[in-house]
Design a protein around this ligand. Sequence first.
Ligand code: C2E
Ligand code: MG
Ligand code: MG
Ligand code: MG
Length: 281
Amino acid sequence: RAKADGRNRARLFDAALRERERLRVRLARDLELAIAWRQLHLVFQPIANAATLGIIGYEAFLRWEHPDLGDIAPDLFIPVAERSGLIEEIGLWVADQAFAAAAEWDECLSLSLNLSSVQFRAPGFAEAVLSRARLHGVATSRLEFEVTENAMLVGVQRHEVLEAFRVLQAAGARIVMDDFGTGHSTLSNLKDFNFDKLKIDRSFIAELHDHESSALIVKTTIALGKSLGIKVVAEGVETPAQLAELKLWGCDQIQGYLIGRPAANPGRGAAPRASGLSLAR
Ligand code: C2E
Ligand code: MG
Ligand code: MG
Ligand code: MG
């Protein structure tokens, strides 16, 4: 009986895997047309100075409205785009759209873009992004590039990532380690890559008041950032109580539904003026 149960479970698991693979193949095919058919768009979420709550910039997130399947989360389709190689084209499309938006904002506001590790493999990627920013009249010193630790894992890619960081930073752009604490070999990456900012993953912020260990990790990460001389930003801040703790511990910046949800281009004039503290670092 136990054996039969096990076989059934294995069969269900196989079926689920096949289903996922079918979906992946379909998404990869549909994604190829998504740009041309205008199914992709960006939303922007504010990032605030933790002390003043003044908005210092916006992070762009990609959205896909699939005609049959509805809204598809980037966590689902970005990996598909990475594996199919489409991420390069999509990434440059994202950059263009975001630069066009940022060109309308107050010049003190920064623009954060999420980058996939796969994008670094394209030779001249960093230069291409920078020159597009300049074409749109967006100063490269306003730019922040967010990468997750998984972007830094693969050995052969390591020097390419390092070189891309160097080019971007030489142009005054900043590099942010996204989802800090959830990837692999966090601390050695911190040592080897010259980050300008750490973004604490929202899973730790969500548990701030439920798990003592999450609170300690957040507090310690802020202290770590301080001793390394880099900024720390907390993502997924949803409650005033979370904000209060983060401020108490000296977190530099915050982002989350408490400050604002991702929304359409805040636009010229509509964008709140940047706080006097200006550029995000
Ligand atoms: P991320 O960069 O870590 O983005 C944070 C995610 O948390 C976003 O989900 C955002 O909408 C969500 N979020 C923000 N504030 C709150 C909050 O207060 N509470 C909760 N519960 N969630 C909040 P989203 O937009 O679904 O993006 C998921 C991930 O997809 C991003 O994680 C990023 O890694 C990736 N992604 C999004 N856009 C792009 C893109 O243009 N290019 C690349 N390569 N990746 C992207
Ligand atoms: Mg991000
Ligand atoms: Mg994140
Ligand atoms: Mg994330």
